[in-house]
Design a protein around this ligand. Structure first.
Ligand code: SAM
Ligand code: SF4
Length: 339
């Protein structure tokens, strides 16, 4: 096992396949104009596949495809097949906004995709339009219904005060209806969250208090190893999770890293710089040589970005990156890092 300086293994890889998105979520892409990654820099499926081979040599056994919106990447099922065929890859999962899911899910499943996570912040069409600036709730709900009941289906809701924090119970009911586990995500100040402020964060404690007040006492469930969500059982037997990255970070158990669509390796969601893997990949590094770079990088890792943010004396005063920083370097954006 390759461990970092805090003894954390490298297991979970989030592969961003595009920085483009067909929504403009208020907490992720609130801007009017964006600096996009240059097209020639985007890794091909063959390059991504070689990179994943290298990651498996240092311990990765789960790959999650993300973006931007991963379903915008043409012929994504071909990449899924390339990855799912690898004996060292136990699972290929995806995080999607669901807009294009209904039309693609059958091909993705046939190619070996094993788990879907769909982002869903609201069940109200006018609110969906206000949050995402696109009138696509019906397509998202259709996408979710098209994968209803598939094993491991999750719905992720970013809870933002004043935007959707009155919908916790409705979202729980919908998740139950489609056979999904809902996870409430605390609003984070990463990347393009230009409108973030601490008073718009609904903390895990507040979410649990609200759900308890509406539905009755919650039973804490054992965690799933390094999985970030704390899970709870409702009185009706359904379970849900809360990802409290902002108020109760889980850095000490973090076994994940991210690769942007142009091959920059980020060892922490809060990292301001990454390791360029596209250069060595295109210069002809073997899979073993790439793996050696990954091992060295991981062994030097001491990142615990969310914890450090929490400890800042001016916590709550401002988002991590300024608008100028974001325009100058799109790698700082959440839609480039993959969430
Ligand atoms: N477009 C896909 C989607 O929305 O599911 C995948 C990429 S998106 C960046 C991945 C996840 O990051 C989504 O669940 C999204 O809600 C979450 N996310 C984006 N910005 C966030 C923020 N400021 N705080 C918390 N979660 C955020
Ligand atoms: Fe929303 Fe995901 Fe697109 Fe960000 S990348 S704007 S979270 S759909």
């Amino acid at each position: 096992m390759t461990a970092d300086l805090l003894g954390r293994p490298l297991r979970d890889l989030r592969l961003s396949v595009t920085d483009r998105c067909n929504l403009r979520c208020s907490y992720c892409m609130p801007g009017e104009a964006y600096t996009w990654l240059p097209r020639p820099d985007l890794l091909t499926f063959e390059e991504l596949s070689r990179l994943v081979d290298a990651f498996t040599l240092v311990g990765v056994d789960e790959v999650r495809l993300t973006g931007g919106e991963p379903l915008l990447r043409r012929d994504l099922a071909r990449l899924v097949r390339l990855l799912a065929e690898k004996p060292a890859v136990r699972e290929v999962a995806i995080t999607t906004n669901g807009v294009l899911l209904a039309e693609q899910q059958a091909d993705l499943r046939a190619a070996g995709l094993s788990r879907f996570t769909v982002s869903l912040d609201t069940l109200r069409p006018e609110r969906f339009l206000a949050i995402t600036r696109r009138d696509d709730l019906a397509r998202v709900l259709g996408g979710i219904r098209s994968v209803a009941g598939t094993p491991g289906l999750k719905l992720d809701a970013v809870v933002v005060r004043g935007e959707n924090d009155d919908e916790l119970v409705d979202l729980l009911a919908f998740a139950r209806e489609v056979g999904a586990e809902l996870r409430f995500i605390e609003y984070m100040d990463v990347g393009g969250a230009r409108r973030w402020s601490m008073d718009r964060v609904v903390s895990r404690a507040e979410m649990l208090a609200r759900v308890t007040a509406a539905l009755g006492p919650l039973e804490p469930l054992p965690g799933r190893g390094s999985a970030p969500a704390a899970r709870f059982r409702l009185p009706d037997g359904a379970s849900f999770g809360v990802v409290a990255s902002t108020t109760q970070p889980f850095c000490r158990a973090c076994d994940r890293s991210r690769v942007t669509a142009d091959g920059v390796w980020l060892l922490c969601l809060y990292a301001t710089r990454g390791v360029d893997l596209r250069g060595p990949l295109r210069a002809g590094d073997s899979v073993e040589a790439l793996a050696a770079r990954l091992r060295v990088g991981w062994q030097a890792r001491d990142d615990r970005g969310a914890e450090l943010r929490l400890g800042l004396p001016d916590r709550g005063a401002r988002p991590l990156a300024s608008a100028g920083d974001l325009d100058a370097d799109p790698h700082l954006e959440m839609h480039t890092r993959g969430g």
